[in-house]
Design a protein around this ligand. Structure first.
Ligand SMILES: C[S@@+](CC[C@H](N)C(=O)[O-])C[C@H]1O[C@@H](n2cnc3c(N)ncnc32)[C@H](O)[C@@H]1O
Length: 229
């Protein structure tokens, strides 16, 4: 979604803020709680599941839509807790502005004051250059369109956090999921908040094994897709 569409900051049910597009009735996160949704979909159903089966020392994560940096931040906090090395790549074509960033209250709502500088750093580090955020967490932000992704067999986990199919149907297609499939290593996992039948079928068509899992607050289901060969 380019920057010509009207944007505003709203507060979601768990007290965390997000960016809302009033004309499209769409936002970066669920109105039922941005942090609650991110923790449920990406940490609980993705990261936590993958680290239990991942025997490698470092976990490589690809985020589809770096946006506000919320997913990167909660992954950083979790990695610090369990001393897990993470190589995190965030793809984003339309970075949030510094003005918007100031209104993101994730550090406060997560009671993570000691990591305020880390959250700021996630936004301030240069694009395209792998940067150590801490001794265990490396971040590479790539200013890139999703259609330009050509990675092969190098990620353990994909956070698929594009805008919904209602507003960006072109991002929920076999063509895009094939890119995700190719980017993952064998046994790699993709998680997304979406649960639509057409999305599940597009994932299955490119070879994913797809599970329907309980969704975050306000959503019955979500999807987890595994590259089984
Ligand atoms: C639903 S938001 C979620 C962002 C992020 N995961 C977060 O938690 O803030 C989707 C993101 O995808 C980005 N985006 C939309 N279309 C894109 C495209 N075709 N290529 C790259 N980025 C895109 C948007 O700018 C936005 O930051």
């Amino acid at each position: 979604m380019d920057k010509t569409v009207k944007r505003e900051i709203i507060t979601t049910s768990d007290g965390s803020t997000t960016i809302h597009f009033p004309e499209l009735n769409e936002q970066y996160h669920s109105k039922h709680g941005a942090i609650n949704e991110a923790k449920h979909v990406f940490l609980k159903s993705g990261y936590n599941q993958v680290i239990t089966t991942n025997t490698q020392r470092e976990l490589s994560v690809l985020e589809i839509g770096f946006g506000t940096g919320l997913n990167a931040f909660i992954t950083f906090l979790e990695a610090q807790k369990n001393n897990q090395k993470v190589n995190y790549v965030g793809v984003e074509a339309y970075p949030v502005s510094i003005e918007e960033q100031k209104h993101l209250n994730y550090v406060e709502v997560l009671s993570a004051d000691e990591y305020q500088s880390v959250f700021d750093n996630l936004h301030e580090v240069p694009w395209e250059i792998p940067t150590d955020i801490s001794s265990i967490f490396s971040l590479t932000k790539r200013k890139q369109f999703f259609r330009e992704i050509t990675d092969q067999n190098c990620f353990d986990l994909v956070y698929f956090d594009a805008f919904g199919a209602r507003v960006q149907p072109e991002l929920w297609t076999e063509e895009v999921f094939e890119k995700m499939y190719n980017a993952l290593r064998c046994n790699g996992v993709l998680v997304t908040y979406a649960a639509k039948g057409s999305v599940r079928r597009a994932m299955q068509a490119v070879g994913f094994n797809v599970e329907r899992l309980p969704g975050p607050p306000g959503k019955r289901e979500m999807l987890r897709a595994t590259k089984i060969k």
